[in-house]
Design a protein around this ligand. Sequence first.
Ligand SMILES: [Zn+2]
Length: 234
Amino acid sequence: MLEEIKRLMELQTLDRKVRELEESLSKTAGRVTHLQDEIRKHTAELDLLTGQDQEFAATRKKLEREFAEGEARLRNKRMRQNLVRNEKELQALEHEVESQKEENQRLEADLLALTEGAQPRETRLAELQQLLSDAQAELAKAEKEIAAEVEETKTRLVAHRRERDKLAGEVDAPLLQRYEIIFSRRQGVAVAIAKAGTCQGCMRLLPPQLFNEIQKHLQIHFCPNCQRILYFEG
Ligand SMILES: [Zn+2]
C-alpha cells in the first residue's frame, strides 16, 4: 500500500505541474489580450479627440477670417472718417467704428478662449500617441516572445502529460478515479500528509484509531472530513 500511495504522491506532483503549465499558457494569452484591449481603448479615445481637434481647427479658421475681415472693415471706416466732413455722417461713422471695435474684441476673446480650451486636448493627444506607440511595440514584442514561450510550454506539457498518463496506468483504476475527483475538487491536493494526528489537507484532528491505522500503511485511508487520501510521514 505504501507503494501505491507513493505512486499517487508522484502522480499528484505531475498533475500539479500539468495544471501549472496550463495556467501559465492561459496567463500568457491573457497578456496579449490585455495589450490588445489597451490599444483598442487608446485608439478610440484618439479618434474622438482627433475629431474634436479637426472641428476646433475649422472653428478657429473661421474666427480668424472673421477677425481679419473685421480689422479690414475697421481700417476702412477710419479712413472714411478722415474724408467725411458732414457732421451727421461723421457721427454715424463714429458709431460704426465703435461697434466694429467691439465686434473685433469679441472675436479676439473667442479666439483666445478657443485656443486655451484646446490645450488640454493637445496634451492628451500627444500623450495618447505615445501610449499607443508604446503599447503597439510591446504587443509586437509580446507576440514574438509568446509564440516561443507557448511552443516551449506546449512541448513541456505534452511530455508531462505522457509521463503522468504512464504513471496513472500503474494505479488501481477505482483508486485513480477517486484520486482524480478529489484532485479537481480540492484544488490540486488529493493526497495529504497525516502528521501529529492531524490531516494536513484540512488541518482537522483525525480519530486516534484512524491515525494508528494510517501509520500501518495496510490499506488506503481517507480523511473523514475532507475525503483526501492520507499518507503517514513519520
Ligand atoms: Zn482532511
